[in-house]
Design a binder for this molecule. Structure first.
Ligand SMILES: N[C@@H](CCC(=O)N[C@@H](CS)C(=O)NCC(=O)O)C(=O)O
Length: 215
């Protein structure tokens, strides 16, 4: 056994990215889940993650929070296929897409769009249409940028899968499961081809959470 403990629940796109990283490396781990969202904010978890989020990681004396830090640690601390490219440009490219995923894509797709469907906050318990409609132009912009970023390589940081792809795939798959998903990706052929490469990987299929219902 690797001795890795991942704290977090399978529906979280960030927890899934860590689990995908382990799967790509061929590493077993223990998954410790939370009984409720409130439990993530309890003191016991705040000792692991001071910002009260998931995932966090424990490996012997090593404790880490923040998905990209956790994924890098797993990649470098264990044998298995490298999940970070060689060379300054490709390495910076990976960092660019991890940062953009965290700062814009996750916010636009998961927080502003998917969660608006899953936890309806509109009148009569319906999804908040105003919130969703405001997110859509930004998701279009995100997909356009990602599509351009994938114009000459199979993956975001080159022709091998990297941590950037593992962090993005769960987010995009959630977005595509929403009613506007097909329309949002229409014409984004590089991004579409990337989803076809990512969504058949064992690391993706073996970590699939129940898909959210949008109606
Ligand atoms: N920047 C963090 C983001 C983690 C995050 O937002 N996790 C979400 C789940 S996907 C969470 O903990 N949500 C619960 C909450 O905010 O109460 C990372 O990269 O790990």
């Amino acid at each position: 056994m690797s001795g890795l403990i991942i704290y977090g629940n399978p529906p979280s796109n960030y927890v899934r990215a860590v689990r995908m990283t382990c799967a790509e490396k061929g590493i077993e781990y223990t998954l410790e889940t939370f009984s409720s969202l409130a439990a993530i904010k309890e003191p016991e978890n705040l000792t692991r993650h001071p910002f009260g989020k998931i995932p966090s990681l424990e490996h012997g004396d090593v404790r880490l929070f923040e998905t990209s830090a956790i994924c890098r640690y797993i990649d470098e601390a264990f044998d298995g296929p490298a999940l970070q490219p060689e060379g300054p440009v490709a390495r910076a490219r990976m960092e660019q897409w991890i940062s953009a995923t965290n700062a814009y894509v996750d916010t636009d797709i998961v927080r502003r769009f998917v969660l608006a469907y899953i936890f309806p906050g509109g009148p009569d318990g319906q999804p908040d249409r105003n919130r969703i409609d405001k997110a859509i132009p930004d998701i279009r912009r995100d997909f356009e940028a990602l599509d351009a970023g994938l114009s000459s390589t199979d993956f975001l940081a080159g022709d091998q899968v990297s941590i950037a792809d593992l962090m993005l795939a769960p987010i995009v798959s959630y977005g595509l499961a929403m009613p506007e998903g097909d329309e949002l990706i229409a014409g984004r052929n590089n991004l579409k081809a990337w989803t076809e490469r990512m969504f058949v990987r064992d690391s993706f299929t073996t970590t699939a959470p129940p898909m959210p219902k949008s109606d």
